[in-house]
Design a protein around this ligand. Structure first.
Ligand code: C2O
Ligand code: CU
Ligand code: CU
Length: 487
């Protein structure tokens, strides 16, 4: 029945879908109202899917002249593309990435959100791949890995912000249980990689000034999949599954869709238990969400809007994606359209799913720790008073234990706190319990806030890191080494 529905929808739209069924393109011919008219149909990055349990491919990091919207830009690319190729794999698959560094700087790869070994040729951010050299990453995605929107990007300390801001980032999607829920299968799927860029007149990325490195470099060009205000089409009655990644170095997004609420179905670490209706989505750098949108309004065009978000201001009243409005008033005149949803045709109304995937509650923690985030004199960013040193172990935990971490921001800017390898659940913010359970790997902590999270250390021993995902802050010291010890 689901299959029938899906086919009917595809035929109706007359689309050719990619191998994953993930491609959602719209034809648009626009009149001349340049400021608000969408520029072109939403593009999706080239999909590299696993076959027969193996995802194997070559990946080259290289500076290239590419198109960003209609502009020429000299960017850092994976396989000549911005964003990089979209990877898709299933639980149990082996991943083999033959990686070559053709940048003029050292780099490496990090698999953000994947639960895989932090050692060897897995998610090992301590590796250095010098210019001109190659390395093969190889790891297995565990059989019980949840479905989710993960991503890959460079993680060579000191150059992460520069390389990511240059364009190096791509999606890494794991398909599993969530993708098999009939209502979700029936929805049209679209991936939106949100990313800001800055370009000078010759298409180069300008050097960030001191201030930009302090607040984190932010560009004024807001792109979705490397496009400016692309459009995507949906029949009236249809259901859209939007999968969003904030791949910006430092910019927060605060999104709303005209006349449509979002139904949140998944966060960083995968599905939540049941859809949650939201009017706004705040995405800190590194965060992902999946939402469903019901196309149940009058035929027309609806803008996906981004309101400027001041990370120093913090988020009053309800967590990252909570009740919407930020404290104080934002300057509405600088709201920008990042994409446009256009109704085209109609279909019988598709329902939302009632239930998604239950989230196990975690046992009481063995240990509670505190991490205080602040900056020091000059341009140094600190966790518990210390700047990153890759030879020092900051936090030692035991494999197969659960801990509570209290993240306290005593500084003046928001810091999205991120942990590699293991995901966590946020328990409370300033003592207020979170409205619903969710698996996260990034949580933004505003000035004056204290966030309590519970984290299980499962399956993999070894050294990894936690850090602020404003990557200028990470490069300037706001990162610590976590050693997960086999006991
Ligand atoms: Cu997406 Cu350590 O980062
Ligand atoms: Cu990460
Ligand atoms: Cu920070």
């Amino acid at each position: 029945m689901t299959v029938t529905k899906t086919i009917r929808r595809r035929e109706f739209l007359g689309l050719s879908l990619g191998a994953t069924g993930a491609v959602l393109l719209s034809q648009c011919s626009r009149g001349a109202s340049p400021s608000s008219a969408p520029s072109s149909a939403l593009a999706q990055a080239a999909v590299y899917s696993s076959e027969g349990g193996l995802l194997s491919f070559d990946l080259v990091a290289e500076e290239q002249r590419v198109k960003l919207g209609s502009r020429n830009a000299n960017l850092l690319t994976y396989n000549g593309q911005v964003p990089g190729p979209h990877l898709e794999a299933n639980p149990g698959d082996t991943v083999q990435i033959h990686f070559t560094n053709r940048l003029s700087q050292p780099t490496n790869l990090h698999y953000h959100g994947l639960h895989i070994p932090p050692t060897g040729s897995g998610d090992n951010v301590f590796l250095e791949i010098p210019p001109g050299e190659s390395h093969t990453y190889e790891f297995q995605i565990p059989q019980n890995h949840p479905a989710g929107t993960f991503w890959y990007h460079p993680h060579y300390h000191g150059l992460v912000a520069e390389q990511l801001f240059g364009g190096l980032a791509g999606l890494f999607v794991v398909r599993s249980e969530l993708d098999e829920i009939p209502e979700i299968q029936a929805a049209q799927e679209a991936f939106l990689v949100l990313k800001d860029f800055a370009l000078d007149r010759s298409g180069n990325i300008p050097n960030p000034g001191h201030m930009a490195q302090m607040t984190g470099r932010i560009g004024d060009l807001l792109t979705v999949n490397g496009q400016f205000n692309p459009s995507l089409e949906i029949p009236q009655g249809g259901l859209l599954r939007l999968r969003l990644l904030n791949a910006s170095t430092s910019r927060f997004f605060q999104l709303s869709l005209e006349e449509h609420p979002f139904y949140l179905i998944a966060t960083d670490g995968g599905a939540i238990a049941a859809p949650v209706e939201l009017n706004d989505l705040v995405l800190a750098p590194g965060e992902r969400v999946e939402v469903l949108v019901k196309a149940d309004r009058d035929p027309g065009q609806y803008r996906l809007l981004n309101q400027p978000f001041n990370p120093a201001q913090g988020m009053m009243g309800g967590g990252m994606m909570g009740g919407g409005m930020m404290g104080g008033s934002q300057n509405r005149s600088t709201t920008e359209t990042v994409a446009t949803l256009a109704y085209n045709g109609s279909t019988e109304p598709l329902p939302l799913p009632d239930q998604l995937i239950a989230i196990d509650s975690l046992p009481e923690p063995q240990t509670t720790r505190q991490f205080t985030l602040n900056h020091g004199m000059g341009m140094v960013f600190l966790i518990n008073g210390k700047a990153f040193d890759h030879d020092r172990i900051d936090t030692q935990v035991s494999l197969n234990t659960v801990e509570d971490w209290e993240i306290i921001n005593t500084g003046t800017m928001a810091h999205p706190f991120h942990v590699h390898i293991n995901k966590f659940q946020v328990l409370s913010r300033n003592g207020q319990p979170e409205p619903y359970a969710a698996w996260k790997d990034v949580v933004s902590v505003s000035p004056g806030e204290s966030v309590r999270l519970r984290i299980p250390f499962r399956d993999y021993a070894g050294k990894t890191v936690y850090h602020c995902h404003v990557l200028d802050h990470e490069d300037r010291g706001m990162m610590g080494v976590l050693d997960i010890q086999q006991v």
